[in-house]
Write a protein that binds this ligand. Sequence first.
Ligand SMILES: Cc1ncc(C[n+]2csc(CCOP(=O)(O)OP(=O)(O)O)c2C)c(N)n1
Ligand code: SF4
Length: 292
Amino acid sequence: MSTCASFAVADFKSDLKPIWCPGCGDFGVLQSIYRALSAIGRAPHEISFVSGIGCSSRIPGYTTAYGFNSVHGRALPIAQGIKLAHPELLVLAAGGDGDGFSIGGGHLPHAIRRNLDITYIVMDNQIYGLTKGQLSPTSPRGLHTASSVFGSLEDPVNPLLYVLGYGARFVAQGTPADMAGLSTLIEAAIRFKGFSFVNVQSPCITFGQPDQQLKAHKAGMTSLASVGHDPTNRIKAMDLAQAYGSTLYTGIFYQDPDAGPTYEEAVETRRTQFSGKPIVPRQRILENFIPR
Ligand SMILES: Cc1ncc(C[n+]2csc(CCOP(=O)(O)OP(=O)(O)O)c2C)c(N)n1
Ligand code: SF4
């Protein structure tokens, strides 16, 4: 049941002190999430926050929501299970670009097409932070790291085109260099009914590219509103998303104005359609699944 009380930013801060490197972009993402949750007004105990493994995946522990720091790449399957079992909860999933587009990359298209009402926030730092700076799926071609001394030989994944291509109904991008803008985007993503995706360019100060830190974001970010983008135009959104890696666009790339039912609503509709018909005894269902 949803409570109607209001909650301050402080109500979402846990007693755990973040152990991220000083200057890590994830601090700003955390602040933006606090602000967004305070604006939404759901009680911390009505929120389930799931992550994978990585520096960024520590984030649920720094909130007072029910947190699940799970397995590398598996935040989305767990978040979907929680939402199906408890549709009344506000469910957030978060993690890094490695977590979401590499080891967990196979889950993302299915979460998108299934369309449960979940918000997925990726802290995209173009590197594996926790394991000390190896190439990630969004690392630019040519990037030199400790484990790629001759530079990356692969093209990066474009996360925005990736999710738009799979039919994502809400796609946004932000940066902790603009915390007010980022919290507004996260709030809009949470309010969107259906699967929503927020790519946050969250710099890794320790292993990331020196020219991709917060100062550079502040100087170079361009809001989609300032270029007159209409977020209901999917084709234009895909066109602008091609600038990933060159222009840092912030704002909502795409928001489906007619997103249709969520998966949990479709399940409920089916359940209603079938009620009144003979139900197969549970014992018979179980017998069919027991190998003989
Ligand atoms: C199954 C499995 N494979 C590999 C690892 C090692 N591992 C932990 S975090 C990580 C990548 C972290 O990068 P990212 O997901 O981008 O998050 P970041 O630390 O940059 O926030 C890897 C490879 C693991 N924990 N589990
Ligand atoms: S290694 Fe990078 S991503 Fe991890 S806490 Fe430090 S700055 Fe942040």
